[in-house]
Write a protein that binds this ligand. Structure first.
Ligand code: IMP
Ligand code: MG
Length: 177
């Protein structure tokens, strides 16, 4: 069923069930890749709060977690400047960090995150994202775990917002043109 968020109409795109299925698969894959390491999951606020919450529930090994806050979007448009609004409060030196994103679009946020983490000399930084827009992604940072590759259209829900609205939707909707 179509929904309205502020002035725009959205159509159902990825169901709760498909999201959970993929997150479980990815949690298991990360666990395999960790061997004996205890990863530090870093949620990128605000958008990734639902992804990290559900992902760590499927992760059955020992792990730590924390959050950073970045913002690059105004309304439905990406801006080139990425601002850090909340920094790192955990020592990641020599640790394996898994950055959890809601969506990678241009990759500007990822570049800023990589820079931030490299300053702290982690052993390794892996990137996990729920969604990727391959047509928009122009950076060469490799993405280790991608749940859904999607077309280059604006989406909302499951943590992602349109002008601060729609984050609470438990599934993902795509803009109707
Ligand atoms: P990037 O820096 O262009 O890769 O954009 C990254 C951030 O912008 C994501 O983490 C989201 O918070 C936000 N974003 C990108 N595309 C969308 C979208 O289609 N809907 C909602 N938010 C988005
Ligand atoms: Mg985000």
């Amino acid at each position: 069923m179509e929904i309205k968020v502020l002035d725009k109409t959205f159509v159902p795109f990825i169901s709760e069930e498909r999201i959970q299925t993929r997150l479980k698969e990815i949690a298991q894959q990360i666990q395999k890749d960790m061997n004996d390491e205890v990863p530090v999951f870093i949620g990128v606020l605000n958008g990734s709060f639902m992804v990290i919450s559900d992902l760590v529930k499927h992760y059955k090994g020992a792990c730590e977690m924390s959050f950073v806050k970045m913002a690059s979007y105004i309304g439905t448009q990406s801006t080139n400047q990425v601002n850090q609004l909340l920094g790192l409060d955990i020592d990641v030196t020599d640790r394996t960090v898994v950055i959890i994103e809601d969506i990678v679009d241009t990759g500007n946020t990822l570049v800023a995150l990589k820079k931030l983490f490299d300053q702290h000399r982690p052993k390794e930084v892996k990137i996990c994202t729920l969604c990727l827009k391959p047509e928009a992604y122009t950076k060469d940072i490799p993405l280790d775990y991608v749940a859904f590759e999607i077309e280059n259209k604006f989406i909302v829900g499951y943590g992602m917002d349109y002008d601060k609205h729609g984050r609470n939707l438990p599934e993902i909707y795509q803009i109707k043109e």
